[in-house]
Structure formats: C-alpha cells, structure tokens
Write a protein that binds this ligand. Structure first.
Ligand SMILES: Cc1ncc(COP(=O)(O)O)c(C=O)c1O
Length: 470
C-alpha cells in the first residue's frame, strides 16, 4: 500500500496537529481514546495492517478487540456490503427481509446441532445492547433482577451491562447500582485467587462457590423454597478484557451442575470469543456445556455495519413468553449488517478455521514461549486458538508490571520499529486484572511469516521497553 505519495511530510504533520487540536476541544473524552499517552490517527487498513496518515504500516494484533477476525478490507465481506447498499440498504426493523431470516436460521440451526437445544435468535446492534436484551430474558423468565457474574468479567458499558461487569471504576461516577451482580472469582490459575495450584486443587474455587449454597446465611439461597436470589450466571468462557484467561476444562461442566440444582440460567457471553477466535465457532464448545442463553456481536460482521444478538432456549424466548415488543432497537437486524453476517457465516462454512486457527495459535504460542525463555518478564504465555495472552511481570516472572506493559504498548504505537526491515508499528491491546496482559487477537488469516514478524516486532518493543524503564 503506497500511502507515502499522498502528501509531503510537513503539511501532514501540521494537518494532524490541527485535527488533534479539534479533537481535544470537540470530542468527548469519555471513551477510551485518551487512555493513550500519544494519540495515533489512522487513515487506511488492509489485511492485518493499519496505516497512519504518513503511510507507516502497523501490524495489528488486536483487530478491533476481535471484531475484525477476517482481516481488514476482506474482499468477500466488503462486496456483500456493497451489493446490499445497491439493493436493500435500509429497512425499518419492523419489516422482514430475507437475510435476517436466513441468518437467524443459520445461527439457530448451528447451535441446535452443536448443543442439541432448540432456540431462537434476537438481533440488536452493539454487544452491550444484546447483553441488555439477555438480561430482559433472564428477568422475564425468573422474575429476578440479580445475577452472578465473574470477577474480571466484562459485559459492556450500558447501565445494565455495567452492573454485571466487575470493575467498580465503571460504576463509580454513575450512582447506585442496586442490581449489581454478585461477583465470583474466576478460575484464573496463573494468579489463583486462593493461591492454590491446579495440579492438586480439585477446583477449590468452584467448591467455594458451591459452599455459598450450604446455608441461607451465606446470602444467596433459601432452602425452604429452594430458590436462589440470582436468576442467572453471566460468564465469558475465556475472559476477554480480563486478560484472555483460559479456564481448566472441567470448570464449566461442574459449575453447570451447581447452577442446575437451583434453576440458575447460564448466560454465555461470546461477544469477544465467538466466530472462531478460539478455534471453534463458539468458545463454549471447547467446554462441554450447554448454555441457556448465548450472546454474540463483534466479528459477525467483521466490524462492518454492526449486528449483535442473542440465542435463547425456546422456553425462554418463545413468542408466548417473550411477545412482540418485548425489546426493540431501530437499527437491530439492519439489512447491511445481516447481509455481511450471512456472508460471514457462509465464509465460515466454506473455510477450514477449526483446523487452521488452532494450528496457527499453537505456532504463535510456541514462538512466544521461546521469547519467554529469554525474558523472565514474560510471566505467562497461553492461548486457545488465536486468543493469546502474554502476561508481563517483574523479573520474578509473577509480580505484575504495568509500567513495562505500557512502555511496550507506546513503543509499538510510535511506529518506529525496525524488525523485518523498514519502519513499522505494532498494535497491542492491554487487558488483565492488573493491566499487564497483552491480549493478542490477530486476524484468523495471519500467516506463519506474519506470526514470525509479529514476534520479532514484539521482541524489539520489549527490549526497547526494558531499556526505557531501567
Ligand atoms: C465479552 C464482551 N461482552 C460485551 C462487550 C460489549 O460489547 P460492545 O462494546 O459492542 O457494546 C464486549 C466488548 O468488548 C466484550 O468483550
């Protein structure tokens, strides 16, 4: 991509400064842009790369927090959008169009095949909005406002989704959240909340959860009625913002047994991990558990016209219990989004992601583990498919090192790395309970040479970061 021809460097810089001055004055700072020390302006994207206004190439290892699983400017998905623009670009969501029906059927039939459970799809626009819809389903079915959710979980920033997201930081400014979830420790084995070791803990954390039901005085259950005060348990199979934490395989089946005893619904938030991020269509397919509700978003449209949604078991969403008008949004099931979503599903059906993604992930993790041997500051490397975590620590390989994590991120964004020849940037997303985990979510089409380049760029940024903070 030859962006360099577009404009000489000097006027570009002053144009950029003007834009940044306007941004500082007229854009709300309430989103996450100003988390960064130095702001980057991007003007193009292609495959695994973003480009700034000067044409510098940035290898993207986050792909819009896993919304662009199928690569920037994916020709097939872009064409689906373009065709739809010229046929049925707009339609009020109270009317039907073919793609909505076919997409819902494809998703529901796939889930029926994988989980042997019948259900329906309800579309919305963003992930948080779909989470809100799922909360309505839970309240409608159980009559309860309260739910369990995991510490370290992230379900979005609308008010309902914030109430079930663990960080108090997201709630602090916004008054009292009476329906705040009951937060339970997640099986984060690298930093076990109970300081146990997986090899001999027999899922101690799960037993602690189970103990909550021993007596009414632990506050969640009334044994006289057999009722739990919480109607559902919200989980991400693999925690996303929490730091791409992969639970032990036996955790969720055992959790589900406890939930079933008290008729507590299991709500699986696949917004970040769905659509083959982990090597399966749904991350929960790795864990031998059937959810009652499954929420999805992000990569269904590869980051083009957004569509989110939920699947719920028939008994929760049948028209007799969730009648017309129960929830609605102007842009839900928008025809541009459903056209792309349908094409995404067809692309998935015709691809071999279930073989390719785990193979690529394994190679990526093995390369990062080689780095781990050289740098004790890489405390943990783990992955499932192409959801990969790199936890940055002090020299002891355990104490979280946010300073180094931030330095590496900033160095990546400066666009001055030399690995692979030339001048490049590296885009990394930071998550984790201590904001010290790189959550790598590359394009599912990333090649081996591109993985090698990613690791070389990462190593260069790490080396520079180490010398910067010395
Ligand atoms: C697991 C999970 N749930 C919900 C959301 C919220 O989705 P959105 O940002 O589209 O509202 C996100 C976003 O990152 C997410 O990762």
């Amino acid at each position: 991509m030859d962006q360099k021809k577009k404009a000489p460097a000097k006027p570009l810089k002053s144009q950029e400064n003007n834009l940044l001055a306007l941004e500082a004055k007229y854009c709300s700072w309430g989103d996450t842009v100003h988390y960064a020390e130095k702001l980057n302006l991007f003007s193009a994207a292609d495959g695994i790369y973003l480009y700034d206004r000067a044409g510098t190439e940035y290898l993207d290892l986050q792909m819009w927090y896993s919304a662009v699983n199928f690569g920037y400017k994916n020709r097939r998905l872009n064409d689906a959008l373009k065709t739809q623009i010229d046929t049925l670009p707009q339609l009020a969501c109270q009317y039907l169009h073919e793609d909505k029906i076919v997409l819902a059927a494809k998703l529901a039939q796939g889930i029926e095949k994988s989980f042997k459970a019948k259900g329906r799809i309800h579309f919305n626009v963003g992930g948080s909005a779909a989470v809100e819809d799922s909360l309505k389903i839970v309240r409608n079915h159980t009559g309860k406002n309260l739910v369990f959710a995991f510490m370290g979980g992230y379900h979005g920033r609308t008010l309902g989704a914030t109430a079930i997201t663990s960080s108090y930081r997201y709630r602090e400014r916004f008054g009292h959240f009476s329906d705040r979830a009951v937060f339970i420790p997640y099986p984060y084995c690298f930093r076990c909340p109970y300081e146990k070791k997986l090899r001999n803990c027999d899922l101690f954390c799960l037993k602690q959860f189970e103990r909550l039901f021993e007596t009414e005085y632990y506050s969640v259950v009334n044994h006289k009625t057999g009722n739990c005060e919480c109607g559902a348990f919200y989980m991400e199979t693999v925690q996303g913002t929490g730091g791409y934490i992969i639970p032990p395989r036996e955790y969720f089946p055992r959790l589900k047994q406890v939930l079933d005893r008290y008729n507590i619904l299991l709500v699986d938030d696949e917004i970040q991990m769905g659509f083959f991020r982990t090597g399966k269509l749904w991350a929960i397919e790795h864990f031998n558990v059937v959810p009652d509700i499954l929420v999805f978003g992000k990569a269904l449209t590869n980051g083009l016209n957004p569509i989110s949604g939920m699947w719920a078991k028939e008994k929760l969403i049948a028209p007799s219990v969730f009648p017309p008008g129960s929830t609605h949004s102007t842009f839900s099931a928008n025809s541009l989004g459903t056209a792309v979503g349908l094409e995404t599903m067809r692309l998935i059906e015709e691809s071999d992601f279930s073989r390719q993604v785990p193979a690529k992930g394994k190679y990526f993790v093995s390369r990062l583990k080689q780095l781990q041997h050289k740098y004790p500051q890489i405390g943990d490397v783990d992955g499932i498919g192409l959801a990969i975590r790199v936890e940055i620590c002090q020299k002891d390989g355990f104490t979280p090192n946010k300073e180094l994590t931030d330095a590496i991120t900033t160095i990546g964004l400066s666009g001055n790395l030399r690995a692979g020849g030339g001048k490049r940037g590296l885009i990394l997303d930071v998550g984790g309970y201590y904001k010290n985990v790189f959550t790598l979510a590359p394009s599912l089409y990333i090649t081996r040479p591109e993985i090698d380049l990613s690791v070389d760029l990462f190593e260069e940024a790490l080396r520079k970061g180490l010398s910067k903070i010395k």
